[in-house]
Design a protein around this ligand. Sequence first.
Ligand SMILES: C[S@@+](CC[C@H](N)C(=O)[O-])C[C@H]1O[C@@H](n2cnc3c(N)ncnc32)[C@H](O)[C@@H]1O
Length: 197
Amino acid sequence: MDKPFSQACINNRGPIADILERVFANKRDILEIGSGTGQHAVWFASKMSHLCWQTSDQLQNHAGICQWLDEYPLPNLLAPISLNVLTDPWPNRSYDGIYSANTAHIMPWKAVVAMFAGVGERLLSSGVFCLYGPMKYRGELDAQSNVQFDRMLQQQFPHQGIREFHDINRLALEAGLVLLEDVAMPANNRFLVWQKV
Ligand SMILES: C[S@@+](CC[C@H](N)C(=O)[O-])C[C@H]1O[C@@H](n2cnc3c(N)ncnc32)[C@H](O)[C@@H]1O
């Protein structure tokens, strides 16, 4: 099997790292939900050696993630655990940071609900949850590229689609999370940061 590769990860890792270096500055144990190829994990763990970075994803992505981790072994980067946020048991421990990129528009809404509930349960007090990806505001997408992307997602897989910020933030509030930041990112993405109260 070829090592999976995402050009988007190369493009967005710099701007994402700039924020993570700030919001994870005094954090230690990070859970990544939906590690995908594993490229983000390798890059962020190498840039932030004070963090212990736990990768996770659905089982079918583990082989690819492990190829990246085998090629770039780091003492602070942990092999993936199986975490489908809807169907798998969550790790029986707490984290002071949780990170997830490009997952909320891919997983079904009931999984987004489960993700926030799980994050609320697993984050320590003052811990932060970072969510990166495209977002709708009051039903509107400001970029034509995102309008087309949203349409394509829903045509291919009706359970997918760009989520409404207010719906997402409501889940966060129900999980005991308070919004700290909502940052505009390149390529019409957003970076949302919540803190567990
Ligand atoms: C578009 S990929 C993003 C991967 C990576 N985070 C990135 O930014 O390149 C979407 C990811 O969401 C994960 N995913 C989808 N449904 C999920 C679920 N129910 N639980 C956990 N992860 C899920 C997929 O396995 C995949 O890794």
